[in-house]
Design a protein around this ligand. Sequence first.
Ligand code: GLU
Length: 298
Amino acid sequence: MRIATRYAATLAAAAIALTACSSDAGDQAEDAAENTAEVNTDAEFEAGTTMAELNEAGSITIGTKFDQPGFGLLNPNTNTPEGFDVEIGKLIAAELGIEADDIEWTETVSANRESFIQNGNVNLVVATYTINDTRKQLVDFAGPYYEAGQDIMVAEGNPEGIEGPEDLAGKNVCSVEGSTPAENIRTNYPEAQLTLFDVYSKCADALRNGQVDAVTTDNVILTGLVEGGQGAFELVGNPFTEEPYGIGLALGDTEFRNWINDVLEEAFEDGRWADAWDRTAGAITGQEAPEPPSVDRY
Ligand code: GLU
């Protein structure tokens, strides 16, 4: 079943790649935007649930990253973000009966994800967002839908010989305020000199201009930055934490969380999840979709 659907997804991806080859950059952006999850026009939900409210409204606000190639990167031609997180958001919206065009995308950075959910600025956050117990005091999480791991990015050629977090002692390392990798360095590797920005693209700039010796965050984010760095950076490739990515939602909305978990499991099973990977992060990294994780129905 899974093999058959993966094969179909690969064929579909190949067809898209062929179309993209014959298009200019603008058309490619359109292809990506058009190739969205099929909207469930028959979706029906119990009155009073968040699902029913969103279905009735016909729109949803989703927070994601705008500067992370492969997961959430703003396309200036369409003024919408693209990436694996974005596709996961579209998939959930489609099952709520909401068209991709009716999703309002809001940039969430690492430090404002909890507050944006708590204040109702967004209905969901899909933004390389690690599920952990501290955050679970403030928000709930569906998923995980992907497992990343903290890693390190250095300048091409690794001039400082950094092979793991222990080698960061006495080095200038950049990460992002409000992120789990920054917290890990602060707590467990206090001899590293930590520089914090609000977004990872600023860390990449700091590494490029020599202001820092290394950047640390999740391996998949760094892989996107390495690809975007046109030979300026390399990944150490030695992940040292587990970062299960969840979909953040309002604390206590158990019906919505359970329903999103059902949607994720269906997408894992029928190949839509792997297809989303192949068209986004997989296309950048050349990596096949991994086995999907098991959702955590805590
Ligand atoms: N996954 C980690 C986190 O949620 C790092 C990536 C990020 O900052 O978005 O903090």
